[in-house]
Design a protein around this ligand. Structure first.
Ligand code: ATP
Ligand code: MG
Length: 195
């Protein structure tokens, strides 16, 4: 069993996230991919704009089409700052025989040296680093011996949640950038309309 773990703020989830999860699953034959929204991200200044329940709701709407995808509320339930190592330990315990793949975008890969307990983390997972427009392609990280990682070329979708939040604030359309069910969720709940 090959399990993908894909964490993020998902504020909101968008087509770039879904493509990354699909492309990683296809390239590495992942049986299941857990999409795991953070409670609070460690390396971002500001906390999420939308609440945890809405980010879970949007992600469920975004992931509903693919039976391999499952939304996990593990980090949200845990609360506080979410560290990948703690999430990975949890999945390692629950799926002791699974091979774990941690999916990250190329922008996150550049920061991996700053992640909590990175030396333990690299023993527990294989990283799948998905290309992201505007980011250098993944390279061997310095000073982290034994890290197992693969590049996933992916679809190079130039979409990001920060840009989406700005578009939603100013009332610009986002329909080509997020799954239809996410666009419907956002408009129904009137998310991101006010700063
Ligand atoms: P923000 O602008 O708020 O940081 P984001 O679009 O970067 O939002 P995150 O929730 O921070 O989204 O990202 C979650 C994960 O998805 C990260 O590993 C990130 O690198 C990856 N990711 C986000 N967008 C893309 C994309 N367009 N292509 C590939 N990977 C992506
Ligand atoms: Mg980001």
């Amino acid at each position: 069993m090959k399990l993908g773990l894909f964490g993020g703020t998902f504020d909101p989830p968008h087509n770039g996230h879904i493509a990354a999860a699909e492309d990683a699953a296809a390239q590495f034959g992942l049986n299941r991919v857990f999409l795991i929204p953070v409670a609070r991200p460690p390396l971002k200044e500001a906390g999420p704009s939308a609440g945890a329940e809405d980010r879970l709701g949007m992600l469920r709407a975004a992931a509903g089409h693919d039976p391999r995808f499952e939304v996990s509320d593990f980090e949200v339930r845990r609360g506080g700052v979410s560290y990948s190592i703690e999430t990975v330990r949890h999945f390692r315990e629950h799926y002791p025989d699974a091979e774990l793949f941690l999916i990250v975008g190329a922008d996150q890969w550049g920061q991996i040296g700053q992640w909590k307990d990175v030396r333990e983390l690299v023993r527990l997972v294989t990283f799948v680093v998905v290309d992201r427009p505007g980011e250098a392609n993944a390279a061997e990280p310095a000073g982290i011996p034994g890290v197992r990682w693969h590049r996933c070329e992916g679809r190079h979708l130039h979409i990001g949640s920060t840009d989406l939040r700005a578009r939603l604030r100013e009332g610009s359309p986002v329909d080509s950038l997020v799954p239809p069910a996410v666009a419907a969720y956002i408009s129904e709940r009137k998310l991101y309309a006010n700063p």
